[in-house]
Ligand binder design. Structure first.
Ligand code: ZN
Length: 342
């Protein structure tokens, strides 16, 4: 029998419309929803998120930033060069945060085995005091802070496999040893942060793990990095909750990223993370949607991950991988050897 997977979604999130020329189109999430309703994944069921409260957003964002977002409710405006809002955007942003919080709450309380918050706008670039990179509020960071402050979680692992660095999430927990942030990202690429020597600060030193990657890496390289770095560190950290900033712009068909990950590759990454959650966190795992700008590839990859959340066992991708992956593995080991058994 399939495992129970909660999918958080509200069609009001399609009413965030940054304009026709913008890559972060409503049709992205529309394609995901369509793929999952046309051909449902056994075990997956739908839930409607509640909008987040201001109090929960204030765990990560300044009052001034929340006021700025509130000030454009019902309007068309630009909060940043590439972060544009339409009349439905602010409502969508509150629902996106709410979906992330509801996903985490469901898995921690045992109301679902695993969950996927299917949201837009995305969140991982949003910083304490500003919107940026298509993101208004940092959905995953707010959900992690909620889990820590309200649900009693003490060691939260955030895996960010979006092709861009999750600068906002890193910033939120840079000094926090209770939240371990692990990110693979193309580098150099927007937003420019995420060098391997960004490892956290003060008590949080070692609890930020950045793995910058050259263009062209695909399933074999990502699998090696997850197996040899992420799994080792996660097994030592022993999280009691695992979250994923699940962006799919490292897909080979993506128009923004220059990576080569396939639908099956994402499924295998998801399975490795699921197994970490099963070993340490009593299975508590929630994915939060981030980027992914080829709508059909996004829909297929999200569906492949949901099948894994429902208990399927994907094949390990074969292939040797690029020799540069070994250099990167050695570099990351050298940076983190004093903190982790890598
Ligand atoms: Zn991205």
């Amino acid at each position: 029998m399939a495992d129970d997977v909660l999918l958080l979604y509200d069609e009001a999130m399609l009413r965030h419309d940054p304009g026709q020329a913008h890559p972060e189109q409503p049709a992205r999430l529309g394609a995901v929803h369509h793929a999952l309703t046309e051909n449902p994944v056994p075990g997956a069921r739908w839930g409607v998120p509640k909008p987040a409260t201001r109090e929960s957003i204030e765990r990560i964002h300044s009052a001034a930033h929340i006021d700025r977002v509130e000030s454009v409710r019902g309007q068309t405006a630009a909060l940043d060069v590439d972060t544009v809002v339409s009349p439905g955007s602010v409502e969508a942003a509150y629902l996106g945060v709410g979906a992330a919080i509801d996903a985490v709450t469901a898995v921690v309380n045992g109301d679902a085995q695993r969950a996927f918050a299917l949201v837009r706008p995305p969140g991982h670039h949003a910083e304490h005091d500003r919107a940026m990179g298509f993101c208004l509020f940092n959905n995953i960071a707010i959900a992690a802070a909620h889990a820590r402050d309200r649900l009693g979680c003490e060691r939260i692992l955030i895996v960010d496999w979006d092709v861009h660095h999750g600068n906002g999430t890193q910033q939120a927990f840079y000094g926090d040893p209770n939240v371990l942030f692990f990110s693979t990202h193309q580098h150099p690429l927007y937003p420019g942060t995420g060098a391997s020597d960004e490892v956290g600060a003060a008590d949080g030193t070692g609890y930020t793990v950045n793995v910058p990657l050259p263009p062209g890496f695909g399933d074999a390289e990502y699998t090696a990095i997850f197996q040899q770095i992420l799994v080792s560190i996660a097994d030592s950290f022993a999280p009691d909750l695992v979250l994923v900033s699940a962006g799919f712009d490292a897909h080979r068909d993506d128009p923004i990223g220059s990576m080569e990950v396939t639908d099956a590759g994402f499924a295998f990454l998801c399975a490795m993370v699921r197994d970490i959650a099963d070993r340490h966190a009593n299975g508590r795992l929630a994915l939060i949607l981030e980027g992914g700008y080829n709508a059909p590839a996004l829909a297929r990859s999200v569906r492949a991950c949901i099948e894994v959340l429902a208990g399927s066992t994907p094949q390990q991708p074969d292939g040797e991988g690029d020799a540069r992956a070994n250099e990167i593995l050695n570099l990351i080991r050298a940076v983190h050897a004093s903190a982790w058994p890598v």
